[in-house]
Design a protein around this ligand. Structure first.
Ligand code: SR1
Ligand code: MG
Length: 413
């Protein structure tokens, strides 16, 4: 007869529960007599526990989901998002093992999984707000995107197998969060929850809420997001979902994963670099240091677009399996669509992180409100252009030029 365990039924664990859980359920530590556990999560949704054996210093991470969001949003969430995340990481690992952490176990009942401790890495957003940049980032993140996205499209995958995968990765609750928070609320304020500086209220109202042509383009992007099952996306590929150090990076947190447009992931990466740029622009006092940091972010954006395009086309030409997809010229047409979605997503993500209910540290930590408002205007104006004229953005240079154009106009205003 098997004994019962208090972990046979779901409950939200605290640090002490996690120690007991690890002792009972996880075959990882040789010695469990001196375990220490700390909750280290800083995201909006989940709890992240680091468990260390004080005798050997061996450590592991346990990620655990609650039934509500951590950030106050009044939203009830599905516990199986943990399962989605775990399965997606395992699939991404199949395509790009070096840039995804190792998963040790998954527990459906307790909605948690154990993974490799990345204590020698930092969350990229935390590093960026300390003005740290990483030369390898563009190369590694484009490898991650091309190697995990293209193999899950109909270009490479058997079409029946792909449809099966689409079915297995339907993620309605988390997709709904993005549909509202990214595509809808920032441009309508329909829940009246947007967070806007007093000095920015008129500007936001005029520039975002009262522009019907902008709403139409956001609607097109939203319907593309909901209906274009192009590839298995990470779904929330911002700099808080990336662990990084001097040598490489690991992509975490794909709980928003589903089959959607590739440009959504690429656009998220670029937008979050622009948010880091905004932080540096507003907070670095020394002129040389500021221009060095901004140049390095700008170069990174240019490199990401260039490298993404060349790696994408190379892999497409070598590995496409669909007979018609191999036709000369189809690859460039396909990439053009991805770049158009990328531009739209850069705009959406920048704008929603400024006026929406899920702001980011890059912007909130700009203490001087006047400077914060100025940089917000720059990003909103550039973001709007990325959405409205998305078919025009095919190089990283063009993105940077648009940002600089609005930087000039706002500073001269
Ligand atoms: C209520 S969740 C808010 C945001 O956090 C996640 O990281 C996603 O970006 C989501 O939009
Ligand atoms: Mg997350």
């Amino acid at each position: 007869m098997t004994g019962t365990s208090r972990f046979d039924k779901y409950f939200l664990m605290d640090e002490n529960d996690v120690i007991e859980y690890v002792k009972e359920k996880l075959d990882f530590f040789e010695d469990t007599t001196n375990l220490e556990c700390k909750e280290i999560g800083d995201g909006n949704l989940n709890y992240v526990f680091r468990i260390v054996d004080k005798n050997s210093n061996k450590s592991v991470i346990l990620k655990h989901s609650g039934e509500d969001t951590r950030a106050k949003s009044g939203r009830k969430l599905n516990l199986d998002r943990n399962k989605i995340e775990c399965k997606v990481m395992q699939l991404q690992s199949k395509y790009c093992s070096e840039l995804v952490p190792e998963i040790y176990m998954y527990d459906e009942v307790m909605s948690c999984y154990a993974m490799e401790d990345l204590s020698n890495y930092t969350i990229m957003r935390t590093a960026l707000v300390k003005n740290k940049t990483f030369d390898h980032f563009a190369d590694n993140i484009t490898t991650f995107m091309v190697n995990t996205l293209l193999p899950t499209t109909d270009v490479m995958l058997n079409h029946k197998e792909k449809k099966q995968l689409v079915k297995e990765h339907i993620n309605p609750i988390l997709c709904e969060i993005s549909e509202q928070l990214v595509f809808t609320e920032p441009f309508t304020n329909f829940s009246n929850e947007n967070i806007v500086l007093d000095s920015m209220k008129d500007f936001v109202e005029q520039t975002l809420y009262n522009d019907n042509s902008l709403r139409v383009e956001c609607a097109k992007l939203k319907f593309n997001f909901m209906n274009n099952a192009q590839a298995l996306l990470h779904g929330d590929l911002h700099t808080g979902s990336i662990f990084i150090n001097e040598d490489d990076l690991k992509v975490i947190d794909p709980e928003f994963a589903f089959f959607g447009p590739i440009g959504y992931d690429v656009g998220n990466v670029i937008a979050n670099l622009f948010l880091a740029w905004a932080h540096g622009f507003s907070t670095i006092e020394n002129e040389d240091e500021r221009s060095k940091y901004l140049l390095s972010i700008e170069k990174c954006i240019v490199d990401i677009v260039d490298m993404f395009k060349s790696k994408f086309i190379k892999k497409f030409r070598l590995e496409a399996t669909d007979l018609l997809a191999k036709s000369e010229g189809f690859d460039n047409w396909y990439l053009k669509g991805v770049l158009e979605d990328t531009s739209g997503s850069v705009g959406l993500e920048m704008i929603r992180r400024i006026v929406g209910i899920a702001p980011v540290e890059d912007i909130t930590s700009i203490k001087d409100e006047e400077k914060r408002a100025k940089v917000q205007k720059i990003l909103i104006l550039a973001g709007k252009e990325f959405i409205l004229n998305r078919d025009e953005y095919t190089t990283g240079e063009q993105f940077v030029e648009t940002l600089k154009k609005h930087m000039k106009s706002v500073l001269e205003d």
